[in-house]
Design a protein around this ligand. Sequence first.
Ligand code: BGC
Length: 503
Amino acid sequence: MRTDQTSKSSIYVIFCWCFAACGGLMFGYDIGISGGVTAMNDFLVKFFPRVYERKMHAKENNYCKFDDQLLQLFTSSLYLAAVVASFGASKCCSKFGRRLTILLASIFFLIGAALSASAQSLWILIFGRIFLGFGVGFGNESVPLFLSEVAPVKRRGSVNIMFQLFITIGILIANLVNYGTSFLHPHGWRVSLGVAALPAVLLFVGSFVIPETPTSLVQRGHESKGREALKKIRGVEDVNEEFEEIKEACEKAERAKGSFWEMAKKRSNWPPLVIGVMLQVFQQFTGINSIMFYAPVLFQTVGMKSGASLYSSVITGAFNVLATLLAIFAVDKAGRRMLLLAACVIMFISQVIIGGLLLGYLKEANTLTVGMGIVVVVLVCMFVIAFAWSWGPMGWLIPSETFPLEMRTEGYACAVSTNMICTFIIAQAFLSMLCRMRAFIFFFFAAWILLMALFVFFLLPETKNVPIDAMVDRVWKLHPVWSKFMGDHDEAARKTAAAVELV
Ligand code: BGC
């Protein structure tokens, strides 16, 4: 019997992992696909003839050949839509549950993929990106939450990083698909954009099979269904202890709950809010997405041919996946701070050297030598590897473990939307910044990396091996800066204890 139960449980866990795969894959695929598509001549001729003309006269200006607001809008519109959607998604998640939110995400994705793959005009193309953005907003809010709530407590950290791992696999698949479709003229780009529908179909079917999470059911007043769901997830009949814990956490959260603004006014909630928001700003201002979105374009800027630049993006994409695997094993051993700080050093060095090389050797109208081009690709890989073991996964992991339960969905939504806003800014501004700032853009990102290293050093506490609900006592109250914000936490705890006694 025991073996049966255990195997039922592991089949379910494996299913959840596959499910996470689809959510992460879809997001990653969208990140990775636009850069390659915008580097394809067939695509440029159809939608951006002016950019194509400029590219053909590249010798006139290396740094500005792709500078076009509409071209950047093609990439960035998705993230703007995701910002708007993440607020609706957070409401949908608490009112109607994680499962329905995930189902909606997959429907948005399907519509988006169909519109963009069949687009005959630029506006339909952008309309398709907006639907994909709704999908990203709904998916990124609900899938990680779903995963944290169904994962066994001891595996929460690694399961969370699994989501990031699948984002990176999605980016790599997009790079590979782009490389393959760049040989299919003139409609290869349609295949690239249409393939996004595959993980969306899996997610759509999956959302009918998975159960709602026990926490969400209890929070919405369906206690007995919550208990049944927990039994199904764990594969055992006796789930009393865990179920009581879930109930208690939900009741505690219910008592402490107010509007988002009421909670944000409480000084003791500021530390996780500041950290959740700043980690997202910093994650994006490492400059990672100038590479993820525009690597093929960037490599063409330094003089590579279209094929070589797509090929080089595949290489950076592969390193991104491998180094994320490293994070899964290192995060609970080396700790969050150590990984972030070590990465800052490597990312700083690579940005400064890339900037220095381009400043010295890439003028307006020449190309780098092959050797120099290879050095740039190696430096970009170093940068991506360091990001992938640190700011990539930690940007999502730390906010998911530092908010108190009563503001977890709202706090996490705040982090997701800050991430999307900053991603939008980079997507919309990078090519224009590259045109105006030239090689100095790399020094700009290096300066941000310096700032974020100082932030981590002085303000980010270590949360390795700390249970989520013990953060206040074991982390915030012991921190030299954040402990000063904890006064109203004790007061609120006293009031809650008094209320419980009255009941
Ligand atoms: C970031 C994305 C980035 C990706 C790269 C994610 O954590 O949020 O913006 O493109 O990592 O792997």
